[in-house]
Design a protein around this ligand. Structure first.
Ligand code: OFO
Length: 170
């Protein structure tokens, strides 16, 4: 069982994770318009990853006997600038999400809600990975600058990203 305050905070995070999914899907569409199918694939896989984050949190609220409240999802931008700007925006967004997860953990600690602390630990670790993955792409992007050949090589690498492992069936 979770408190009403924790339930509301988790529902708010479900909305933020949905927004992340929405934003990455918009980025994927935008990358396609730039003629960068590998970048588009990476963003599409990131969209799927975010849906997994949503579902995991949704399941936790349900498992704890909480009420789900699905809120309006903010409209994402349609244009994101250069490939470098897209990933700079991605890093900025993931840093924001990391802060939101940390705030949720602060609340779980404050409430001595041990189950939610354990649950959120997965997201704390996941955010370290999310930021590291983006930084790993930002470094070569900064190196190649406007060089088309370099961008094409990065595009080929990003085309290899695969669908995340599905959650176990409920
Ligand atoms: Fe759900 O981690 Fe990205 O936003």
């Amino acid at each position: 069982m979770i408190s009403k305050k924790m339930q509301d905070a988790l529902n708010e995070q479900v909305n933020k994770e949905f927004y992340s999914a929405y934003m990455y899907l918009a980025m994927s569409a935008y990358c396609n318009t730039l003629g960068l199918p590998g970048f588009a694939n990476w963003m599409r896989m990131q969209y799927e990853e975010e849906i997994m984050h949503v579902t995991k949190m949704y399941d936790y609220i349900m498992d704890q006997g909480g009420a789900i409240e699905l809120k309006t999802i903010e409209k994402p931008d349609q244009e994101y600038g250069t490939p470098l700007a897209i990933f700079e925006r991605t890093l900025e967004h993931e840093q924001l999400v990391t802060n939101l997860i940390h705030r949720l953990m602060d609340l779980a600690v404050e409430e001595r809600d041990y189950a939610t602390q354990t649950f959120l630990q997965w997201y704390v670790t996941e955010q370290v990975e999310e930021e590291a993955n983006v930084n790993d792409i930002l470094s070569p992007l900064r190196m190649v600058g406007d060089d088309k050949g370099g961008l094409m090589m990065i595009d080929q690498q990003l085309a290899a990203r695969m669908t995340p492992t599905p959650l176990p069936a409920k």
